[in-house]
Design a protein around this ligand. Structure first.
Ligand code: ZN
Ligand code: FE
Length: 255
């Protein structure tokens, strides 16, 4: 692979992704919630920062934008739908469009729900997805701005991607997500195996990211709201998948 993805921990549980393309020497950062850890890493490597990319307007994803822009004169790429809420955007990202991030062809998916303008970035050739606060390992983002139906529709877009896609999400929420999933779906053996693996990683202070989308389709309850056998097994009888999704989301909010 010509693309290196470096995972940088920030704030309390955020992940910032630094992308380095050794072929063209382009360096990009996704969702810099703070600038300091990025500056430190770049200094150490002697790299410049060509691009800053945002998935949505929350401060823990954009907090480092302006400081980084000032130091490196980087180009800021952010969702067109959040242009009133993110300052200093140079290039807009909009749904279904193909853009270049670190010189890699990237497809933009508009995924409203967590915020109305949230987008995810998919690199087909690299088999990776940057899902921001839309899809988490064994979870999904809280639905702050959109409706449950919008969030469900957004998750369906991500679910349609190939099984071998590796997902890089915005937060390390995996262990608490796994506890909820295990409580909801105690007989799922694939989930149990994942839970054990996750517990081990977190006990050693290691990241659980990235995760495999294919496996996620079998164990993440938020991606299974249209599977009758599953929703019935957890006591839901809604006519619409988005209502089942909403019920699961609400249960997690109160867990
Ligand atoms: Zn957020
Ligand atoms: Fe966040």
């Amino acid at each position: 692979n010509m693309l290196e993805i470096i995972i940088i921990e920030a704030l309390s549980d955020n992940y910032i992704y630094l992308l380095r393309n050794e072929e063209n020497k382009i360096t990009s950062v996704i969702d810099p919630g703070e600038a300091a850890p990025i500056i430190k890493f770049l200094d150490n490597k002697g790299w410049d920062l060509d691009e800053i990319v945002n998935t949505h307007h929350h401060h823990d994803h954009i907090g480092g934008n302006l400081e980084l822009k000032k130091i490196y004169n980087s180009k800021l790429i952010a969702p067109i739908y959040e242009k009133e809420r993110i300052s200093g955007i140079d290039t807009y990202a909009s749904d279904s469009e193909n853009i270049y991030i670190a010189g890699i062809n990237t497809k933009v998916f508009h995924t409203p729900g967590h915020t109305l303008g949230h987008v995810c970035f998919y690199m087909k050739d690299e088999k990776c997805l940057f899902s921001g606060d839309t899809l988490f390992y064994l979870g999904c983002g809280r639905v702050f701005e959109g409706t449950m139906e919008q969030m469900w529709t957004s998750l369906l877009k991500l679910r349609s991607l190939p099984d071998d896609t590796l997902v890089y999400c915005g937060h390390e929420y995996t262990l608490s997500n796994a506890k909820f999933c295990n409580h909801l779906d105690p007989d799922n053996n694939i989930l149990k195996t994942a839970y054990t693996k996750i517990k081990n990683l977190r006990e050693r202070g290691l990241s659980t990211i990235p995760f495999e989308l294919g496996k996620e389709k079998q164990i993440n309850p938020f991606l299974r709201a249209d599977q009758k056998e599953f929703t019935n097994s957890i006591g839901l009888q809604s006519n619409h998948a988005y209502d089942s999704f909403g019920a699961i989301r609400q249960q997690k909010d109160n867990f």
